[in-house]
Write a protein that binds this ligand. Structure first.
Ligand SMILES: Nc1ncnc2c1ncn2[C@@H]1O[C@H](COP(=O)(O)OP(=O)(O)OP(=O)(O)O)[C@@H](O)[C@H]1O
Ligand SMILES: [Mg+2]
Length: 264
């Protein structure tokens, strides 16, 4: 069975892309079959895995064809995947921004990704699919949330993180997406970019009490994350030390929560 998880927050810079990339790479390292979908026109996730579609194709139509855009619109297939670090990536491009305009002009397109991924579910090629979103509560987030079984919230232990995490959780639990996607559930969050301060620990305790459980804590590591990004390498591949260990622990907690066994 394929489990589709959207990594989401309306808050910018909270480590959505880093969490999607590193959790996917950790699961791929353990032998799980993982598809990673970049649904953010910023394409940070793709670029941080060494796939820069806008550099590869100067023509906007060609770039757009490398993304989920045509499949969402129903004008073409899902794109060919790029094999990177043991996982498959459907990349993004700045041209994916055009999809937002299309979603506004035809609201039915908002289920386009859900329909397109039905083929992937039916084929059973992947154990896990992760979708990275841009920081919005708008149509692109809805597109990604309607396609998913689970939503994973990266939450930094601060006021901004807590506000965003608790808002999205209550939005999903109040049934905001349930008429079109009755299966959607909120996973325990990942605490991200956590500094070693008393205030951060207080916020972490508040987040844990709100959600009842967390998947783990990823510490603020300014020496590791920008370098891994610069080298276009996921943290669990780039790092052999504590940075890798905390991502692997998040991956184990994720597997336990969704009821999947570790492959190796
Ligand atoms: N644990 C960490 N320690 C230090 N830096 C981190 C950590 N996690 C992420 N970062 C850095 O923080 C920045 C924001 O991370 P990321 O791009 O993953 O956030 P995002 O939520 O996807 O942002 P956006 O809202 O723009 O999509 C990046 O430069 C990333 O390398
Ligand atoms: Mg991002």
């Amino acid at each position: 069975m394929t489990l589709i998880t959207t990594v989401h927050s309306y808050a910018g810079g909270v480590a959505k892309s880093a969490t999607a990339r590193d959790l996917s790479a950790a699961l791929a390292q353990q032998g799980h079959r993982v598809l990673l979908i970049d649904a953010d026109h910023q394409a940070d996730l793709s670029v941080s895995l060494g796939v820069d579609v806008d550099e590869m194709f100067a023509n906007a139509d060609e770039s757009f064809a490398q993304t989920i855009g045509p499949a969402v619109l129903g004008t073409g297939p899902l794109p060919d995947v790029h094999h990177v670090y043991g996982l498959d990536l459907m990349p993004s491009s700045i041209t994916l921004y055009n999809l937002e305009k299309e979603l506004k002009s035809d609201v039915s397109m908002v289920v386009g990704l859900r329909y397109a991924l039905n083929e992937i579910r039916a084929a059973g090629t992947y154990d896990f699919v992760f979708i990275d979103t841009n920081p919005t509560l708008g149509d692109m987030a809805t597109l990604a949330l309607l396609a998913a079984d689970r939503v994973l919230l990266p939450i930094p232990p601060n006021r901004k993180g807590l506000r965003a995490g608790s808002f999205i959780r209550s939005r999903v639990e109040k049934g905001h997406y349930h008429r079109l996607n009755p299966e959607l559930q909120v996973l325990p969050p990942v605490i991200t970019q956590a500094p070693n301060t008393t205030l951060a620990r207080q916020y972490q305790a508040e987040i844990e009490s709100l959600f009842g459980q967390i998947l783990g804590v990823v510490r603020h590591r300014p020496g590791l994350y920008p370098t891994a990004m610069e080298r276009a390498t996921p943290v669990p591949v780039f790092d052999r030390g504590d940075g890798r260990a905390e991502i692997m622990a998040v991956a184990d907690a994720f597997l336990q929560t969704v009821g999947a066994a570790r492959v190796s």
